[in-house]
Write a protein that binds this ligand. Structure first.
Ligand SMILES: Nc1nc2c(ncn2[C@@H]2O[C@H](COP(=O)(O)OP(=O)(O)O)[C@@H](O)[C@H]2O)c(=O)[nH]1
Ligand SMILES: [Mg+2]
Length: 459
């Protein structure tokens, strides 16, 4: 009964614009956990601290307070805010332990309304904010819905060059020993699928982000399930009809099962409920890693953009009715660069997503880009050198050494391969700054992100 009452209340709140589902995504290590932890932490402190000056409602002192309330979607694990915060507050401070699945947390934000229509009802309103964390890798799978098994297989083999060629060897060698026409052995398929998954993990470890199926590297609750036990095969185009017990037929069936029960299901049951989306992008790590890694990040972003293209007869419209009307792309970890480089970081991110953004298919979505740091790990200042004063950042490395450095320039345009020959970009991992119990954590422009994403809902 309570459950039904809660759902009815949710519906009414939605009608009054008092409920927003904000989805947070990004490829692994983009900074999702840090972002959600900081966001919740900031909102819980904003009634007592001036920590969010760029969020209109906070600047106008209209936020009365925020608190955590139980989420209504009982089928999704809770985002573990307490543990993540405890990590940041430990001594020495630690980054929160990564999570690898979808999770959710709900806040109730009480604020004084500005809108006359809302004031008629009451001068104080509550915005229920659901924050959902899910891996960006899952969005990489959308294009698979339009490919049959043979076409998808061919595409995967076409991508095997450069670093990938070396990494793919172990599974390709086993694959070449497999006869696709004989009766399938579960054990052999599981073995080759494990080698294929291993290959995808190694791609990620080498700084390559475009991996398909994305679920294979972040399986969540599907870990070990046979629907994740398939792999692409070579030269399928000329293949005639395979016997229904053959390896090939089984692989095809699993692929189709994956399309329907994993990819489509995610869009239907999760994605379709999101109102707003923030996509976190770590541009700095690939910039540090080199040309191949950088270009690969760009093509992964391109794939991710497909999920926000709701053309009238588009693939997504056929699966569900999309609701997302605002997408914010945020270049994370801006505390790794000096403030004079923030502008370049934003324009680099814009260039990375620009070609897709231009497309008219996005006309109903408002998109924007910012740079930010969810949890500051450095202070910025200057150092005096023989050539004069130069900007610098100061922090403590993960091996506990205090350092001051100028990390280098961020290119404002997509760099060509020469950039990596002539420039050195210094990306050092820092510990988060010491955080006391009663202070919100320090950030750069997380308030700007909030204002863009939910500012209109707090009026
Ligand atoms: N300096 C700095 N590092 C960050 C920030 N956010 C994330 N990181 C680093 O990136 C790592 C991955 O972040 P996490 O939030 O776990 O990424 P997720 O996989 O997207 O959830 C962290 O362990 C930190 O080392 C930030 O705002 N500043
Ligand atoms: Mg995480």
């Amino acid at each position: 009964m309570n459950r039904i009452r809660q759902e009815v209340n949710d519906l009414i709140n939605r009608g009054l614009d008092a409920h927003v589902r904000l989805a947070v995504t990004g490829l692994s290590r983009a900074g999702k956990t840090a972002f959600i932890t900081s966001l919740v932490n900031q909102l819980l402190h904003t009634s007592t601290h001036d920590n969010l000056p760029l969020l209109g409602a906070a600047r106008d002192k209209r936020i009365i307070g925020a608190k955590r309330v139980p989420q209504t979607n009982l089928m999704v694990p809770r985002f573990d805010y307490d543990n993540a915060l405890a990590q940041l507050q430990s001594s020495p401070p630690q980054w929160p332990i990564p999570t690898r699945d979808v999770s959710e947390i709900r806040l109730a934000i009480k604020y004084k309304t500005k809108k006359r229509t809302k004031k008629l009802l009451s001068s104080v309103s509550t915005l229920y904010l659901d924050i959902i964390d899910y891996p960006g890798e899952w969005l990489l799978d959308l294009p698979m819905l339009e490919l049959d098994f043979a076409t998808w297989s061919a595409q995967q083999f076409n991508a095997i060059h450069g670093i990938r060629a070396e990494l793919a060897k172990p599974w390709v060698e086993e694959l070449d020993k497999l006869d696709l026409t004989v009766e399938a052995s579960e054990k052999t398929l599981a073995h080759i699928a494990a080698l294929y998954t291993d290959y995808l993990h190694k791609c990620k470890e080498s700084g390559l982000h475009w991996v398909q199926p994305g679920r294979f590297v972040l399986p969540g609750e599907l870990e070990g399930a046979p629907v994740l036990q398939f792999f692409p095969c070579r030269n399928l185009n000329g293949e005639t009809k395979a016997d229904k017990h053959s390896v090939l037929a089984l692989l095809k069936r699993r692929y189709e099962e994956y399309q329907n029960k994993v990819v489509k299901a995610f869009y239907k049951h999760h994605f379709s409920t999101f109102d707003r989306q923030i996509v976190l992008v770590d541009c700095l790590s690939p910039l540090n890693a080199g040309h191949e890694s950088f270009m690969d990040m760009r093509s992964a972003l391109d794939q991710i953009m497909h999920s926000f293209r709701y053309g009238r007869n588009g693939l997504l419209k056929r699966i569900f009715s999309p609701k997302i009307d605002k997408v914010l792309f945020a270049a994370t970890k801006a505390d790794h660069i000096t403030p004079d480089q923030y502008g370049n970081l934003v324009s680099l991110l814009q260039q990375m997503i620009h070609p897709a953004w231009q497309s008219a298919a996005y006309e109903n979505i408002e998109m924007s880009c910012i740079s930010m740091a969810s949890v500051r790990a450095t202070k910025s200042g200057h150092i005096d050198t023989n050539d004069g004063r130069i900007p610098a950042i100061q922090g403590v490395t993960e091996t506990d050494e205090p350092i001051t450095l100028y990390p280098g320039e961020v290119p404002s345009k997509l760099p060509n391969p020469d950039f990596w020959l002539n420039n050195h970009f210094d990306f050092t991992s820092f510990r988060p700054m010491t955080l006391s119990q009663d202070q919100p954590c320090q950030h750069i422009r997380i308030d700007k992100a909030l204002d863009t994403l939910i500012g209109d809902k707090l009026k």
